[in-house]
Write a protein of this length. Structure first.
Lengths: 135, 135, 135, 135
C-alpha cells in the first residue's frame, strides 16, 4: 500500500464519512499532477518554440499550485468541512481541465505535454469522483 | 507603492480587463492572510488549551494553503482564464470564511486569533470584490 | 515507469550531468514525504495527547514545506544551478532528519508517526545520495 | 504595525531568543520576494524575447518556492530548532542571490526584473542579518 494509503489507515479518528478509496486516489492524483505540471512548465521553457508555449507554461504553474493546495487540504481530516473541500475540489478540477486541454494541444509535438495531459485528466477525474461521492 | 503594485504596473501586456486596483488588493490580502494563518496555527499549537483549538489549527492550515495558491494564480496574467480565476477565488473566499468564523470564536481569549480573523475577513472581502468585478 | 520518471525522460535538453536515477528517487521521496508529513501533522492534531505532540506537529509542517519546495526545485532543469540545488538539498536533509527523529520518538505509540518517520528517513537518504553524486 | 508584527507580538510563548525585529523583517521580505518572483516569472513569459529569459523564469520560480517555504518556517516558533532555521535561511539567501543576480542582468530592459531584483536583494540581506543574529 502507498504511504498516502497507510497514513489514511493510521488516522486516529473517523474520516467523516468520506469514501477512503476515492480520497486516497484523489490525494495521489493531485500529488502526481502537481509534480508533472511543475516539470512540464520547465520542459516547455527549454523548447525552441517557448514563445508559443507561454500559455501552456502559465497554465502548468497554476495547475501545480492548485493541485498542491488540494492535496494538502485533502490530507487533513480533523474538523472536516465539506463546503471547503467541495470548493477546493471544484477549483482543482477546473485547473486540471484547463491544463489538460492546453497540454493536449501540444501532445503530439511534445512528449512532456502528453504525459502531463494524462496526469491532468486523471486528476480531474479523481476530483470529480470524490466530489460526487461527497453527495 | 507596494512591490505587488509595482509588479502589476510593470506587466508588459494587457491585464485582460481585470480591475487593477481590486486585483492588487486581493493579491496583498491573500499574501497577508496566508502568513497570518500559518502564524496563528503555530500560536494555537503553543496554547495550554491546544486540544480545544485542533479545528482552528486545521482550518488555519487549509486557509494558508488556499490563500498561497490564490496569490500565485492572481500574480499571473499570461493567458488569463476567467473560469479558473473564478473557481480559485470561490475556494479562497470559502477558506477565509471558514477560518474567519473559527478564529472569531477564540478572538476574545487569544489575540492571535483576533488578528488572524481580521485578516481572513479582509481577504474574503477582497476575493468577493474581485469576483464581482469579473462580471 | 512513474510519471516523475517519464517527465525526466521527456525533458528536451540535457539534465546538466545530474544522475537521473538518483534525481528521480529524490523527487519521488520529497513528494511522498511532504504528503506524509502533512497527514501526520493532522493525525497528531486528532490525538488525545495533542499537547505532547506540539513539537512533532510543528516539525511535520516545516518538513512538508521544505520537501515541497525541494521537489519543485529538483523538477526544474533549465538553467541548472548546482549551488542552489545543494543548499536546498541540505535544508531538506536537515528538515527530514529533525522530523524523522521527532516522529521516531512517537512511533511505538502512533502508527502515523511510524509511517512518517520511515518517509523522512527515505527522503533524507535520497537527498544525501543526490548531494554526494553532485560532487 | 504589520499583521506579521502583530502575530509575533501575540505569540503566547517565548520566541526562543530570536531577535524579533530581524525575524519580522525577514518574514516580510520572504513574503514580498515570493510574490515578486512569481509575478516576474509571468511577466518574463509575456515578453517577446521570452527565449532569452528562460533561465530568469526558472530562477524566479525556484526563488518563489524557497522564499514561500522560508516564510512559513520562520512564522513558526513552537519547538524552535536553530539548525533547521539556519539551513533554510542559507538556502533562501542562495536562491535570492541567484535570482537577484539573474534579474539584475535584465533590469535595464525590463522594469519587472528591476523591481524583482530589489526584492531579492532585500530578502537576501534580511536572511543574512537574521542568520548572523542567530549566533
Amino acid at each position: 500500500m502507498s504511504v498516502a494509503g497507510r497514513m489514511l489507515e493510521a488516522y486516529p479518528k473517523d474520516l467523516g464519512g468520506v469514501d477512503r478509496q476515492k480520497l486516497q486516489e484523489c490525494i495521489e492524483a493531485c500529488v502526481e499532477c502537481a509534480q508533472a505540471c511543475t516539470a512540464c512548465a520547465d520542459a516547455c521553457l527549454s523548447e525552441e518554440m517557448v514563445a508559443e508555449l507561454a500559455t501552456c507554461i502559465r497554465t502548468n504553474l497554476d495547475c501545480a499550485d492548485v493541485c498542491d493546495a488540494t492535496a494538502r487540504v485533502l490530507s487533513r481530516h480533523t474538523g472536516y468541512d465539506a463546503n471547503l473541500t467541495r470548493a477546493v475540489l471544484e477549483a482543482c478540477a477546473a485547473a486540471c481541465k484547463t491544463c489538460g486541454d492546453e497540454c493536449t494541444q501540444h501532445a503530439e509535438m511534445h512528449e512532456h505535454c502528453r504525459v502531463c495531459a494524462e496526469s491532468c485528466r486523471r486528476c480531474e477525474a479523481a476530483c470529480r469522483e470524490l466530489l460526487s461521492s461527497l453527495g
